[in-house]
Design a protein around this ligand. Sequence first.
Ligand code: CP3
Length: 341
Amino acid sequence: MENSLFIRSAFSLPVERPPVWMMRQAGRFMKEYWEIKNKYSFLEMCKTPEIAADVTMLPVNLLDIDAAILFSDILVTGEAMGGDLSFTNGIGPRFANPVRTKADVDNLQTGVLDKLQYVADAIRVIRERLNGKIPLIGFAGAPFTVMSYLVEGGSSKDFKLTKLMLHNEPELAHRLLSKIAVVTADYLNLQIEAGVNAVQIFDSWAQALSWDDYREFSHYYIEQIISRLNRKDIPVISFCKGSSVFAPMMAEAAPDVISVDWNADLLTIKRQLPEGIAVQGNLDPHILYADKKVIKERILQLFERMRGQDGFIFNLGHGIMPDIPFDNVKYAVELIKEFSY
Ligand code: CP3
């Protein structure tokens, strides 16, 4: 695996072309996903290793992508800690027992790896299916983002209750974040042990935070998690919406790759970062709704900007939306794979 385009780029080594994968590549924009989804609930899919492997393999087989990502969700850590998690079509994730008081925080468990063994089992099945063809990316949610779902009880537009806890009850917030961070580091080590070739930490909603709050309530815990990984030659990717602002601070946690949203000029961000930190990104996923002519123009523009840079992984600034035409995604991947430096 150390010779794959993806791993070489993640470690900022020279490659003949940038590797490509896309966040939410194993998902609802594929009719083959729905053929499976119509038979099982989302959590059943995550918890049945053979099914999780089938879904992980869809973009590998249908898009010929350069890296696979484990089919799971960032909220499984919250569930293992005691959250009553469900996913409903059109509504999204819900925790029926939100975490709002000291007693709620104290009730959450931290020694929960036995409840996450199904993820290790899925990783082993996927590794067998991949048969060394491309690397497998494991992942977890960053403590702040997972905390926001636990506190709000689901998705939120303004993170009002979460931010209120940070501001009015910072000790309680730290107690909660510390617990999530311990579980997250253990969980990523479980994935590494089971055989993932890289890990990505998703802090999707960090952009809700001010600079100082990001440092205190998010960055601090990501740094702790990265320093606790038994990672040998496993690259770590740090993603947040807001990376165009927070990238210099994210670099202090010593990830190998920073995944950048589409607000920023990728080359400018790369130049701000210390030598040896790669960037991943950063096409606006909405471009994949547009005409193929526009898709081609925008991808070539990004590639021309990054020409000659080691340490560049092509991705979107955030996940693929469920109604993006499959044909457009396939076209984008084919175009990227034709590119050479
Ligand atoms: O990227 C991949 O293809 C791998 C699988 C993956 C899923 N979720 C599958 C999923 C990954 C890496 C995630 C991460 C995740 N989950 C994040 C971080 C990335 C991001 O998008 O910012 C977040 C915030 C979540 C939480 C989550 N899970 C939400 C808010 C939702 C509902 C909204 C939505 O997009 O549907 C989910 C459900 C979810 N996770 C689905 C999938 C394929 C849809 C499930 C379904 O088919 O109903």
